[in-house]
Structure formats: C-alpha cells, structure tokens
Design a binder for this molecule. Structure first.
Ligand SMILES: NC(=O)c1ccc[n+]([C@@H]2O[C@H](COP(=O)([O-])OP(=O)(O)OC[C@H]3O[C@@H](n4cnc5c(N)ncnc54)[C@H](O)[C@@H]3O)[C@@H](O)[C@H]2O)c1
Length: 324
C-alpha cells in the first residue's frame, strides 16, 4: 500500500517535495501556516487536504509520514511533535539547531521505531555517490584529507550565518564520505556585514582516524565555487558542482617511496579522467530513500544517527566560532 504523506511548509522548497511525493506516494495533506499559499498548492493537488494547522494534519490517524519544509528554527519543534504523534519524518536540514535537541529527536525515533531523515540533498547527488563508492571500494587508497569550498558573492543572509547556511551541505558530505565524527573542530569567522551573522567562515576538523578536513564558507568572495576535494594515497578526486559535464575528476596522482631511494618520498602522476554519472534527480532519490525506510527496507536508524553527527559538529564549530 502506498505511503500516505503530508507536506508542511509550501514556500520555495516545499513544493518540490510535494511534487515528488505526489508522484512516488500518496500525498494526502498540504500544510502551511500562511493561508495565502493555499491557492497554488491546493489547486495542483486536488486529492490532498489543505490545512494551516500542523496539529490538524498530525491528528489524522491514517497519515504515515510528515515532511517538514518550514524555516530552520521551527524544525526541531515540528519534527518532535510529528514523532510523538507516531509519524515518520523527513525534515529539511538541519533538523535542529542544537546537538542535544537533535539527540532528543533521534532518541524519540529510535524508541518508537520511526524514520527520522534529515533532508541532506547532496548525499543523493550522483557525484557524491560516486565519491563514496570509490572511497569505500578502496580506490583512493587511504583517504588523508578532504576539503570543501562553498563560496560566492551573495546571497547575503541576515539571520543564518555561513556555517549553518552553507556549511551544513559540505559537512553532511564530509561526514558521509569519511563515516566518522570529528574529535576536534575549530571555526574562525567574521560578521562583516550584519552584526552576529558570520559572512566568512573557515573550519578545521580532525577525526579519530587522523584524517583532517577543512571548509571555506563565504558569501563574500569573488569565486563562485561548489567544490569538494578528496586526497587519497593512491588517487585524488575533485567534485566540482559548477561543471556541467565533468562533475567528478579523478587524478591518478599520489606519493610513493621508491625502494632504491630509502626513506625519500616522490610523487607519481598518471591518468586524469571523468567517470560517467547517472542523470538522476537527487531530490527524487532522497524521497525514494525515505519511502523505502518508511516501508521497512534498510536500516532506518542510520539516517537519523548520521544526521545527529552533522548537528553535533555544527554545534561544536559554533561554540568555537562564538569565541573567535
Ligand atoms: N535541501 C535543499 O536543497 C533546500 C533548498 C532550499 C531550502 N531548503 C530548506 O527548506 C526549508 C524551507 O525553505 P524555503 O526556502 O522554502 O523557506 P520559505 O520561507 O520560502 O517557506 C517556508 C514555509 O513554511 C511555512 N511555515 C512556517 N512555519 C510553519 C508552521 N509552523 N507550520 C506550517 N507551515 C509553516 C511558511 O509560511 C512558509 O510558507 C528550510 O529549512 C531550508 O533550509 C532546502
């Protein structure tokens, strides 16, 4: 039987989620506290009921799952209420703004055997999936370090800093690729334009395995960059989301120690190539994954626990940023 889904928050992003769930599942509710959103959303999905009350939607015992696409400060409270009402939850990133709040959501989901999935869209990007596949297959050798660049001139935000607004994307990818939680994290940033809202943030992470990572996050930059670089002992890989065709470039480059020159490191350079990537829509893959977890396929606890690592790390970086 098709999963019955309700979408809360029909601003800019929510309609994309509604479109996918209307196609992949049974979209039974649309909810936005702003009644003016009703006209366009309700007309498109005549089979779905409309409400401006989140609680009215939750009261429907037939509803299986809730999608939360409201502003970030509301995520924790809405996700908590939905889990308490026994609904599976797909909540936009980040699901909470404090590590302990996210831990509370995860505990609730575990206790009730419900799916709690943060909407980390980039994890469903075919390029990120390729990177993960290569790392897990050992193709890069030992991964030594990863760094992300997410820079542009604008959009200048006034309520969410560059760490939370931009960093959540790169952090979700870095932690997914390395499958570790950092033991040490430091962020340095400055609020040049709006007091208390950092426009430029540099972050450093160190993991228990010894790997290190860096993120440069900024909306005050001449470069438009969305790039992730992974350095391994056998190969190095770059995911450049600004590229149209060559999103992933593999460099057969690395360090090596020739036996005849004892103790001396040299470098090796081989082919440079771009693997073919499938043309799948990441959001569709994300929605499909959520529905399969709701249906009981796969490990539904993993997405929640992985999401908690991201929030805890953002929290860790924020505490050092506050002191910078
Ligand atoms: N994954 C992605 O790539 C991606 C992209 C864009 C936005 N987002 C996320 O989606 C979320 C929404 O972003 P947006 O740009 O659509 O914001 P938005 O402000 O355009 O829309 C939010 C909507 O939520 C409604 N809302 C607020 N409180 C509500 C409540 N308690 N109950 C019901 N409705 C409520 C508002 O009326 C508004 O229509 C954010 O968390 C954002 O980070 C994710």
């Amino acid at each position: 039987m098709s999963v019955r889904v309700g979408v809360a928050g029909l601003g800019h992003w929510g309609p994309n989620l509604a479109r996918n769930f209307a196609e992949l599942a049974d979209l039974t509710w649309l909810c936005d506290s702003d009644g003016s959103k009703r006209e366009s959303a309700a007309a498109r999905y005549p089979g779905a009921r409309w409400t401006d009350s989140f609680d009215e939607m939750l009261a429907d015992a037939e509803l299986d799952a809730v999608v939360v696409a409201t502003p970030v400060p509301t995520h924790f409270e809405l996700a908590r209420r939905a889990l308490e009402a026994g609904k599976h939850v797909l909540v936009e990133k980040p699901p909470a703004m404090k590590g302990h709040e996210m831990d509370e959501l995860v505990a609730l989901a575990d206790e009730r055997d419900l799916t709690l999935m943060p909407g980390h869209l980039l994890l469903y990007h075919p390029a990120v999936q390729k990177l993960k596949e290569m790392i897990d297959a050992g193709e890069l050798g030992d991964v030594l370090c990863v760094y992300g660049n997410r820079q542009n001139l604008g959009i200048i935000r006034s309520n969410e800093n560059a760490l939370w607004s931009l960093g959540v994307h790169d952090l979700s990818v870095i932690l997914h690729l390395l499958d570790e939680e950092p033991e040490h994290g430091v962020a340095l940033g400055r609020d040049f334009l709006n007091e208390g809202v950092e426009d430029v943030v540099f972050c450093y992470l160190r993991f228990p395995s010894g790997k290190i990572a860096h993120m440069h996050l900024s909306w005050l930059d001449p470069h438009k960059m969305r790039k992730m670089t992974v350095v391994g002992t056998e190969k190095m890989v770059v995911f450049d989301d600004m590229e149209l065709e060559r999103k992933v470039t593999v460099y057969e480059k690395g360090p090596w120690k020739p036996a005849e020159r004892y103790g001396e490191w040299q470098t090796r350079t081989g082919d440079i190539f771009s693997p073919h990537l499938p043309n799948d829509e990441p959001l569709k893959l994300e929605c499909r994954h959520f529905l399969s977890l709701v249906a009981g396929e796969g490990d539904r606890t993993k997405v929640a626990h992985d999401g908690a690592r991201v929030v805890r790390t953002l929290d860790l970086l924020t505490s050092s940023l506050d002191g910078s």
